[in-house]
Design a protein around this ligand. Structure first.
Ligand code: GDD
Ligand code: MG
Length: 336
């Protein structure tokens, strides 16, 4: 058995305005919060004890996830009054976990189908300090660039560099030995990427990378969030999160959750996700979009590649693409 920390306290700045009232990890992907996707994935890898390291808009997690028993987990919450950074958050949350087992740490905005069980096994058989999941991307500039040697040992950790020296990047899932967590200063703002990892590499500690190029996405921008949702609906994400969930419709075109009412004269395509108790009227077109719980898309509206916030009534006259739509605003988003 292993234990885990999910880092869910960031501001989600690049997702504004979607994150104005909803923290990034609670945004729906295929109709379920990002964090729920991660709980299901963690549980499948044998993790039964998990801490949510929260800060920004922390209050919304507890009513939804409770004690975690619905997912077969023991869930605890570590709330930072002021965000402590990724390293500070790990140090703070680890106090709630046992020191005798490895600790898996996951960025709260990543959907990944990599083999976490193999990552934990690799870590334990090497008795490593940290074993991180690495993946390849075409452009590594927005990520932590992590060159490794022929044995998989991390040669450097270079967060967001202009001229990346490798295209293997930190995919945001680490297995830590608790002896390393104890070295992070307590009660301080610390970045795991900019401070702790470079320091550990300098000290010659045992940091390993496991390259696994399975489905992976960081949903940190509106376009990536929409893409992640489409990938889960169309099953290219290799996700089992919708298995056993109450749905009124499931196809490659769209999923619709419990209580949703879809007029037979509506056209829904492109891997859209329709939330609980949402309504889609006659003649409405919804393509490659996320319609949140309780939203109503009235007869005749056309919504493409867009995000409709929970409870919004979308007028039948609206014809938009690449937009965020809520009761208060319609804002253009960068296209997919
Ligand atoms: N609790 C807590 N407190 N969580 C935080 C804090 C904090 O102060 N700051 C950030 N987080 C959480 C975010 O909510 C997110 O889930 C995760 O830490 C990573 O932060 P991002 O802001 O999403 O970082 P990034 O995407 O720019 O870069 C990170 O992820 C990349 C992979 O997607 C880095 O880890 C990169 O090295 C990595 O390549
Ligand atoms: Mg991110």
């Amino acid at each position: 058995m292993a234990q885990a920390i999910l880092l869910v306290g960031g501001f989600g700045t690049r997702l504004m305005p979607l994150t104005r009232n909803v923290p990034k990890p609670m945004l729906p992907v295929a109709g379920l919060p990002v964090t729920e996707h991660q709980l299901v994935t963690a549980r499948r890898a044998g993790i039964t004890s998990l801490v949510l390291a929260t800060s920004y808009l922390s209050d919304v997690f507890i009513p939804y996830f409770g004690d975690g028993s619905r997912w077969g987990m023991h869930l605890q919450y570590a709330v930072e009054e002021e965000p402590l950074g990724t390293g500070g958050a790990i140090r703070n949350a680890a106090q709630l976990l046992t020191r005798d087992e490895s600790i898996v740490i996951v960025n709260g905005d990543v959907l990944s189908s990599h083999d976490l069980t193999r990552q934990i096994q690799m870590h334990e058989s090497l008795d490593a300090d940290v074993t991180m999941h690495l993946t390849h991307v075409a452009d590594a500039r927005a990520y932590g660039c992590v060159p490794i040697d022929k044995d998989g040992r991390v040669a450097a950790f270079l967060e967001k560099m202009e001229n990346p020296v490798a295209n293997t990047i930190n995919a945001g899932c680490y297995v830590f030995n608790s002896r390393v967590i104890d070295r992070i200063p307590a009660g301080k703002v610390v970045s795991i990427e900019r401070e702790v990892f470079p320091e550990l590499v300098d000290q010659g500690r045992a940091l390993y990378g496991m390259v696994d190029d399975s489905y992976w996405i960081d949903i940190g921008t509106p376009a990536a969030l929409l893409q992640g949702s489409i990938d889960v609906v169309r099953n290219t994400a290799n996700s089992a999160v919708l298995d056993g969930v109450a749905l009124v419709h499931r196809s490659q075109d769209y999923v619709a959750h419990e209580g949703a009412i879809i007029d037979p004269g509506a056209i829904i395509t492109g891997g859209s996700a329709i939330g609980r108790a949402a309504h889609i009227g006659v003649g409405a077109i919804v393509d490659g979009s996320i319609i949140c719980d309780g939203a109503k898309v009235l007869a005749g509206a056309h919504i493409r590649k867009s995000f409709v916030a929970a409870g919004t009534n979308v007028s039948g006259k609206l014809n938009v693409h690449d937009s965020y739509i809520s009761t208060e605003e319609i804002t253009s988003l960068l296209p997919l």
